[in-house]
Design a protein around this ligand. Structure first.
Ligand code: FES
Length: 84
């Protein structure tokens, strides 16, 4: 499933506003790795570097709980498990 996260928005907040629930077992602290997405335009943070290889980061893999769309909308592919 692909979505467009609007600018100045935390991905997790946007997904909740759309009633899309990705698996966030650690509550969004970056500790579980369950919230994987592909978002090549998103910044890479420290927790992404722990969970993903350099190749995966280049392919756009990110922890969804850490993704924030800054000044521009962000294209995101949801690849992890979702909850109801
Ligand atoms: S919710 Fe656990 S790493 Fe994102």
């Amino acid at each position: 499933m692909r979505i467009t996260c609007p600018p100045n928005t935390r991905l997790q907040d946007y997904l909740l506003s759309q009633e899309i629930h990705i698996l966030t077992a650690c509550g969004g602290r970056g500790n579980c790795g369950k919230c994987r997405v592909i978002a090549p335009g998103a910044a890479v943070n420290t927790m992404d570097r722990i969970w993903f290889t350099e190749e995966q980061l280049k392919a756009g893999y990110r922890l969804g709980c850490q993704v924030y769309a800054k000044t521009e909308a962000l294209e995101v592919e949801l690849i992890g498990e979702r909850t109801l």
